[in-house]
Design a protein around this ligand. Structure first.
Ligand code: PA5
Length: 428
C-alpha cells in the first residue's frame, strides 16, 4: 500500500462492513461507466494508455525544447486547466525561483494590474506560452492569451511566435483548436472524456511539468499503479474508498467543512487543486462538505485558535509524509540565547514530526476535531502521481455516496452568463 488512511484519530469507530455493499455498487457503476456523468471517466485508465501513446514522446520533446530555448514558460489556463500543473511543479520543484526555466501563471484572472505587470516583465524575456483551454472560450484565459500572443508577434514576428506557442485543447472541437490549426501551433490533446479537474495526468499537466524537469513517466507510473490498486472494491484494502467513506460518514454526522492540512509550504497549490476537485465535483444540490485548507504549522499561528476551540463544524484531513526530500541538522550555538541547544544535532524533520504528533493529539484528543491521516512515504514524482489518482478515485466514490454527479458543474455557468450580459457579449 503506497498510501494508507489512518482513522485512529476520528473519535469514533466505523465499520467498513456497513458500507461495503453500497461501495461495491458504486464501484461497479464507476468501473462499468454506468453512473451519471460516466462520459467523463476517461481518466480511470488514462495513465496506462498514455504511457504507450504517440503524444508522450512529443510532450517530452516539447518540454525539452521549452527548457533549452526559453527563459520563461507562461502557462495560460484557469481552474482544471492549470491547478494540477501548478500543484505538481511546486510540490516537486519547490517554490523558490527555478534556475533553468522560470514559470509564470496567467489566464486565471482579470486583474488588470497583475496582467499589466506580467506583460511588462515579459517584454524583454525569451518566453514560450503553453495555452491550455478545453473549450478555448474561457474569457480569463482567452484574453490573456490574446495579449501574450500580440506581445510575442509584435516583438519577434509571426514565425518565432508560432514556434513559441504550444496549445493544449480538445482533440475534436473548440475555438483554441481552430485557432491553433490556422496558426500552425504545436497541439496537445485534452481528451473529450476527461474534465478539467481530472486532467492533471493528461497533456494539461504533463507539458508544463515536463518543461520544468519533472519525470512525467514516473508520475504516470504512479497513477497507473494506483489505478490498478484501486480496482479492488474491498473497503478493508482500498485506501481511496476508505477515505471517501470516512469523509462521507463525518458529513452524515453533521460536519460541514473538511480542512485539508499539509505541513509543507510547497503543497499549498496541491491543496488548491484538491479544493477544486472536491468542491466542483460534490458541491451541488444543496449538499456536501466545503473543502478548505491550511498549511501547518504556519497557519496554527493564525487559524490555530479557531481549530482548537472554535465552532465544531469541521474535521481535518492531514497529509502526512514520512520522509522529507532534504533535511538540515540543527547546529549547536555556544551562547544558546535562543534556548535551542536542546535540539542541537537533531534534523529539522524531527521537529516537524514532533509538531505533527503534538498537533494531532491537541486537535483530536484535547479538542473536538476528528482527524483523518493520509500517510505517504514521500513526495516524489511517482508518489505524487499515485496521490493524484488516489484523490480522483476517492472523489468519484465520495460524490456518488452523496448522490451527486461527480463530473458536471452546472453552477459555474451562472456567473458567466451575468458577466457576459453586463459586458455586452453578443447573444447574452
Ligand atoms: O474543471 C473544469 O472543468 C474547469 O475548472 C475548467 O478546467 C476551467 O473552467 C477552464 O476551462 P477550459 O479548459 O475550457 O478553458
Amino acid at each position: 500500500m503506497v498510501i494508507k488512511v489512518n482513522s485512529e484519530h476520528i473519535r469514533k469507530s466505523i465499520s467498513w462492513d456497513l458500507y461495503q455493499d453500497k461501495v461495491n455498487a458504486i464501484h461497479h457503476m464507476i468501473e462499468e461507466k454506468t453512473g451519471p456523468g460516466s462520459d467523463f471517466l476517461g481518466w480511470l485508465n488514462h495513465a496506462k494508455e498514455y504511457l504507450k501513446s504517440d503524444e508522450l514522446p512529443r510532450i517530452l520533446k516539447a518540454g525539452k525544447t521549452i527548457r533549452e530555448n526559453y527563459d520563461v514558460l507562461v502557462v495560460c489556463g484557469i481552474g482544471g486547466s492549470y491547478l494540477g500543473a501548478r500543484a505538481a511543479i511546486e510540490a516537486l520543484k519547490g517554490v523558490l525561483p527555478h534556475k533553468d526555466l522560470e514559470i509564470l501563471w496567467l489566464g486565471e484572472t482579470f486583474d488588470p494590474t497583475y496582467i499589466a505587470q506580467a506583460l511588462a516583465y515579459l517584454k524583454d524575456k525569451k518566453f514560450a506560452i503553453n495555452v491550455i483551454s478545453k473549450s478555448g472560450t474561457t474569457t480569463e484565459t482567452a484574453l490573456s492569451f490574446r495579449l501574450l500572443r500580440e506581445l510575442l508577434e509584435k516583438r519577434d514576428g509571426k514565425e518565432a511566435a508560432r514556434k513559441a506557442i504550444f496549445a493544449t485543447t480538445d482533440g475534436e472541437k473548440g475555438a483554441l483548436r481552430t485557432l491553433s490549426l490556422n496558426e500552425g501551433y504545436e497541439m496537445f490533446v485534452l481528451p473529450s472524456d476527461i474534465g478539467g479537474r481530472y486532467s492533471v495526468q493528461t497533456a494539461v499537466g504533463l507539458l508544463p511539468m515536463s518543461a520544468m524537469g519533472i519525470d512525467i513517466i514516473k508520475l504516470l507510473e504512479g497513477s497507473k499503479d494506483a489505478a490498478e490498486e484501486y480496482k479492488n472494491p474491498s473497503l478493508k484494502e482500498n485506501a481511496a474508498y476508505q477515505y471517501a467513506v470516512l469523509r462521507h460518514d463525518l458529513y452524515q454526522d453533521g460536519k460541514k467543512v473538511e480542512l485539508f492540512v499539509t505541513y509543507l509550504p510547497t503543497l499549498v497549490q496541491l491543496t488548491e487543486w484538491w479544493k477544486q476537485l472536491f468542491g466542483e465535483s460534490e458541491g451541488k444540490e444543496g449538499k456536501s462538505l466545503f473543502p478548505a485548507s491550511a498549511t501547518f504549522t504556519t497557519d496554527l499561528h493564525s487559524l490555530g485558535q479557531f481549530i482548537q476551540e472554535g465552532s465544531p463544524i469541521f474535521f481535518e484531513t492531514i497529509l502526512h509524509l514520512q520522509k522529507p526530500e532534504a533535511d538540515t541538522i540543527i547546529p549547536e550555538d555556544k551562547e544558546n540565547l535562543d534556548g535551542l541547544n536542546y535540539l542541537a544535532g537533531k534534523p529539522l524533520s524531527f521537529v516537524q514530526q514532533k509538531a505533527f504528533e503534538g498537533v494531532l493529539s491537541a486537535h483530536s484528543e484535547n479538542g473536538t476535531t476528528p482527524n483523518i491521516v493520509i500517510e505517504m512515504e514521500r513526495m516524489d514524482d511517482y508518489h505524487l502521481g499515485y496521490l493524484f489518482y488516489f484523490f480522483e478515485k476517492a472523489c468519484a466514490m465520495s460524490a456518488y455516496l452523496n448522490g451527486v454527479n461527480p463530473f458536471n458543474q452546472p453552477g459555474v455557468e451562472i456567473y458567466k452568463k451575468n458577466m457576459f450580459h453586463l459586458l455586452g457579449k453578443p447573444g447574452y
